[in-house]
Ligand binder design. Sequence first.
Ligand code: T46
Length: 142
Amino acid sequence: MRRLIFENCHILEQPVVGDDRGKLVAVEGQRSVPFDIARVYYIFGTEPGAERGVHAHRDLHQWATCVSGSCVLTVDNGRERHEVTLDSPEKGLHIRPMIWRKMRNFSEGAVLLVLASAAYDQADYIRNYGTFLSLTGGGAAK
Ligand code: T46
């Protein structure tokens, strides 16, 4: 199921396969997420009060889910800003290119799993919010 956060930004819920042994979610590129999966990384051991992200990507698609614990992801397209709580391995946020993101409020033991459409590339990052706004044509998001 897709739930719209704003244009270009959706929560994608994944089907859960469950039986009396427990649960399993399989995520497949071009099927359960709308891009080929080129890279997987996960963030864990986050220090209390830490903020991560605080950038946008030019071309990268990502799908992020907390497979354990929770965190709050703020997404901003230059015009609108929303907070999404990731607190279930059954749902994740599809973050398209040109979305400014910040992650915070990691619970103890949180593990944020991210599937990405391309290999790690520093040149794809936009780290200056003013540059991001000039590229999106937005004013500061409310
Ligand atoms: C994003 C959010 C959600 C690598 O060597 N390879 C990688 O694939 C990644 C993602 C990071 N790194 C290195 C680069 C830095 O030395 O790991 C270190 C921490 O990376 P960064 O400060 O970029 O981590 P976050 O949590 O601020 O951002 C990450 C992703 O970089 C970013 O693409 O959208 O998670």
